[in-house]
Ligand binder design. Structure first.
Ligand SMILES: [Mg+2]
Length: 120
């Protein structure tokens, strides 16, 4: 199981990464990308099994990242990790192909209950 974390904050990428470990998921590798563009490039090369993406990022934001990835035919589950809790935004992300949403700040319990379905 390979996970891709897309976030412009290196601190937040580490927090998400640590949270995934603490949640007890079996993960072989965690890859990181600093914006949507880099996320697309990394995913094209590495074919991760689950993607966690921030919303607000420079160069390419999370929503555009979701749209571009789906446009390319990639069906990998994408969960938005964001402070944007607005129903409209979440709905837009889901409509664009996102598979779920985690609100910051989160606990390992939250990660477990939200992401468990994506780990086999
Ligand atoms: Mg951000």
């Amino acid at each position: 199981m390979r996970v891709l974390i897309v976030d412009d904050s290196s601190v937040m990428r580490k927090i998400v990464s640590r949270g995934l470990r603490q949640a007890g998921f079996k993960i072989d590798e965690i890859l990181e990308a600093g914006d949507g563009q880099k996320g697309l490039a990394t995913q094209a090369q590495k074919k991760c099994d689950l993607i966690l993406s921030d919303w607000n990022m420079p160069n390419m934001d999370g929503l555009t990242f979701v749209k571009e990835l789906r446009k390319s035919g990639d069906k990998t589950p994408i969960v938005m990790v964001t402070t944007e809790g607005g129903e409209g935004k979440v709905a837009e992300a889901v409509q664009s192909g996102a598979n779920g949403h985690i609100k910051k700040p989160f606990t390992p319990d939250t990660l477990r209950s939200t992401l468990g379905q994506f780990f086999k």
